[in-house]
Design a protein around this ligand. Structure first.
Ligand SMILES: [Zn+2]
Ligand SMILES: [Zn+2]
Length: 275
């Protein structure tokens, strides 16, 4: 069995509206592409900030630019017009946990994917509002990033922690700390184990400047030593990205002795053999 849970039904473009992409036909295209890759457990996890309700949680100008759609219509569409699992990619916004928790608890998800894309009001992975080039040292950015990821896990709001070393996304295009990176991973791994949360292995990093799976191998080894369950996803934004370079990911998991993947239904996790 293979999963792809961290999946977007549309690209990160303003023109990709709910009306054009939240359709049964589009969901069928995703299902067909997933089948070609042997992915039977397929779910969607749209960005929370594309929904108007997200502005009750945070009013960052980036979110204000994007927040258009109706969250309940999205949930209704996935449940009624598709056979996909219903998820959401919900940013962790420190200090706004109660608001995000209310938004999430008001709906019945199969799973909630937690992401850290921002450190306070600065973005890790977009050119707009970028944290890079603000004069903050890479050591400090990396430390703050992994501490925030740790906090997100301990918040208990999430079933899966997404792309857990997104901070590396720019590869050589952003400065990196000199230290052994395991120093930065440590607090995050401890938090994952304490929270009992599932950690995402994502092939999306292979499409980004860094050209590497999230998480990096030494980080993944620490996650596995700590006994954390693994979820496998591509973070696809178009059907053709489903199962993107899964051979690499499955090969890595096999090498590290991972035999099962996390499967979710109504926020209950069970483990299924990889196949
Ligand atoms: Zn993300
Ligand atoms: Zn995503």
């Amino acid at each position: 069995m293979l999963t792809d849970y961290h999946v977007h039904l549309r690209p990160d473009e303003r023109e990709a509206t709910a009306a054009t992409h939240f359709t049964a036909g589009n969901a069928e295209r995703y299902r067909a592409c997933a089948e070609e890759h042997g992915i039977t457990e397929l779910g969607v996890a749209e960005h929370v900030y594309r929904f108007a309700a997200a502005l009750e949680v945070w009013e960052h100008p980036f979110w204000r630019q994007w927040a258009r759609d109706d969250l309940d219509e999205y949930c209704g569409f996935v449940r009624e017009d598709t056979d996909l699992r219903l998820g959401i990619e919900a940013d962790f916004v420190p200090g706004r946990e109660d608001r995000m928790r209310s938004l999430l608890e008001a709906r019945e998800w199969d799973y909630v994917v937690g992401s850290v894309h921002f450190l306070r009001d600065r973005s890790i992975d977009t050119e707009d509002y970028s944290i890079w080039g603000t004069g903050e040292s890479p050591e400090r950015i990396w430390r703050r990033y992994f501490e925030t990821v740790a906090e997100s896990a301990l918040s208990g709001m999430y079933d899966v922690i997404a792309h857990p070393d997104l901070v590396k996304v720019w590869g050589d295009k952003a400065p990196r700390p000199d230290k052994d990176l395991r120093y930065f991973y440590e607090p995050a791994v401890e938090a994952f184990a304490e929270a009992g949360v599932t950690v995402e292995v994502s092939t999306a990093g292979l499409r980004k400047p860094v050209g590497e799976i999230y998480p990096a191998r030494p980080y993944l080894e620490m996650v596995l030593d700590a006994g954390c369950p693994i979820a496998l996803s591509s973070d696809a934004h178009v059907p053709e990205q489903l199962g993107f370079r899964y051979d690499d990911a499955v090969g890595l998991l096999e090498e590290l002795g991972v035999k099962e993947l996390a499967v979710f239904e109504r926020r209950q996790r069970r483990m299924e053999p990889i196949g």
